[in-house]
Design a protein around this ligand. Structure first.
Ligand SMILES: [Zn+2]
Ligand SMILES: [Zn+2]
Length: 72
């Protein structure tokens, strides 16, 4: 029996990004999310300094990825 499935090479895990709108995993090269249609064009990342460990973290982070400090 022939399979009609098309074999697609599995992209590297690192080539996935998380959609900012629906949190789906989408391929990083995509311009739009294939789940919700949100624009995925690279946007400038605003960094701030963690008040606890002084690491540079993204402004939207809820917790510091370095020390786990809860962010405002
Ligand atoms: Zn989406
Ligand atoms: Zn920190």
């Amino acid at each position: 029996m022939l399979s009609t499935a098309i074999m697609i090479p599995v992209p590297d895990v690192n080539s996935y990004i998380t959609c900012p709108r629906c949190s789906s995993q989408v391929i990083a090269r995509s311009n739009f999310c294939n789940f919700c249609g949100a624009s995925l064009k690279p946007q400038p990342i605003v960094l701030k300094i963690c008040p606890n460990c002084y690491s540079r973290i993204t402004e939207k982070a809820h917790f510091c990825p370095e020390c786990g400090e809860k962010q405002k």
